[in-house]
Design a protein around this ligand. Structure first.
Ligand SMILES: Nc1ncnc2c1ncn2[C@@H]1O[C@H](COP(=O)(O)OP(=O)(O)OP(=O)(O)O)[C@@H](O)[C@H]1O
Ligand SMILES: [Mg+2]
Length: 363
């Protein structure tokens, strides 16, 4: 899969630009604040209809304007033109000028794997952030998964409201709670199974990839879930036994909404023991594992974006990472230090794009 051309209108610090990309490797360089991340963010938004950054969609619209348009020509089995149009009121997505009404029918069509320094949060931050990363990764493969996740979240909401009611007026029906709980367990088991299979899949790649980058250390990802190794009957019993706790808290204390991931390097949690570089290499290994999974499951090669990969990594690690970027993966690399990156790409064909103040120069 590759993006051949990108057109931006009023996207962040870009007013109106059009750029053609190299089918293999694109190096985007320029000073801090020039618009490098913004450019690759546009490719990400084109694919997923929203940013990887936490701030709202509105910040994507160039200041003092009220509409942004991202348009990209994507070549996969077919060639299609994708469009995302954002206004403060909402967003529209189109494929070949046909409006797609359900966003879930749009995303998962363009596969993009992006690394950005903020992804270290995947290790350092809270479980909810790790679940978010996991959910985005799985939803690129499995559209049904998002639907189940929505259903589960609705059930949790309903159950929590009912628990509060039961607590306040003790005469509420236990049988209604039982119906919600049973449905919750069924959907929860399904989410647990999809997540477990996905982490198993990740683990079948990540150890080897990490080792190839760093030359030492055993990395694996542990999936931590309340639902681990429990049958439906055991789970139902558990909810029954802990009802008084749920009633006292007015919420569901147990379930896949508490799932977490633990990155272990040589059996120590990277969150507590890992260096910045080790954490970074672990996240990159996760992303490269995602690529392998998409290749296997969807028979397409995603677009790879490495935003600001080079800070904190030594040359040896960078060279090892480059070994994974073979000719069939279209790759985007942003850097402030072109003179450091270029010598590492000896023999490779690539395109250099210079960014200055929201202007692009193809070199
Ligand atoms: N909605 C917006 N409208 C106008 N300008 C914006 C908007 N959002 C961000 N910017 C500007 O974009 C610039 C940042 O661009 P970007 O993050 O792409 O820089 P960068 O080249 O990646 O820099 P670095 O090397 O520091 O990572 C800032 O100057 C910021 O003010
Ligand atoms: Mg940047």
């Amino acid at each position: 899969m590759q993006i051949q051309e990108l057109k931006l209108l009023n996207f962040r610090n870009y007013e109106k630009v059009q750029v053609a990309f190299h089918k293999h490797l694109n190096i985007i360089y320029g000073k801090n604040g020039s618009g490098k991340t913004n450019l690759v963010e546009a490719i990400y938004v084109l694919a997923l209809s929203r940013s990887f950054k936490q701030n709202s969609d509105k910040t994507l619209i160039r200041n003092d304007t009220d509409l942004t348009k991202i348009e990209g020509t994507i070549l996969s089995n077919y060639k299609n033109v994708y469009k995302v149009i954002l206004t403060p009121e909402g967003k529209k997505v189109k494929i070949d000028n046909n409006k797609i009404t359900k966003i879930s029918d749009y995303i998962s069509k363009i596969n993009v794997i992006l690394f950005n320094p903020s992804d270290l949060r995947m290790i350092k931050d809270t479980p909810s952030i790790r679940r978010k990363y996991l959910n985005i990764a799985i939803s690129q493969l499995n559209v049904e998964y998002l639907k189940q996740l929505n259903q589960y979240n609705k059930l949790i909401k309903t159950r929590n409201i009912y628990l509060k009611q039961m607590y306040l007026n003790g005469n509420s029906l236990q049988s209604y709670l039982d119906i919600i709980t049973e449905k919750l367990v069924e959907v929860g088991i399904s989410i647990y199974t999809i997540r477990k299979d996905y982490i198993d899949f990740i683990n079948s790649f990540i150890q080897e990839i990490y080792k190839k980058i760093t030359m030492k250390g055993d990395l694996k990802v542990i999936y931590c879930s309340d639902y681990a190794n429990k049958s439906k009957e055991e789970l139902l019993k558990f909810y029954k036994k802990n009802l008084s706790k749920d009633l006292a808290f007015g919420k569901t204390n147990f379930g896949v909404h508490h799932d977490d991931l633990d990155f272990k390097l040589d059996n120590l949690s990277l969150k507590d023991y890992g260096s910045e570089g080790q954490q970074k290499n672990a996240v990159i290994s996760w992303k490269l594992s995602e690529i392998e999974i998409i290749k296997k499951e969807k028979k397409v090669t995603p677009i790879l974006i490495l935003d600001d990969l080079f800070s904190e990594l030594d040359v040896e690690k960078i060279e090892n990472i480059f070994k994974f970027i073979n000719k069939d993966i279209q790759t985007f690399i942003t850097t402030t230090e072109i003179e450091k990156v270029e010598p590492l790409l000896k023999g490779e064909e690539f395109k250099k794009i210079y960014v200055e103040n929201g202007n692009l120069k193809e070199m």
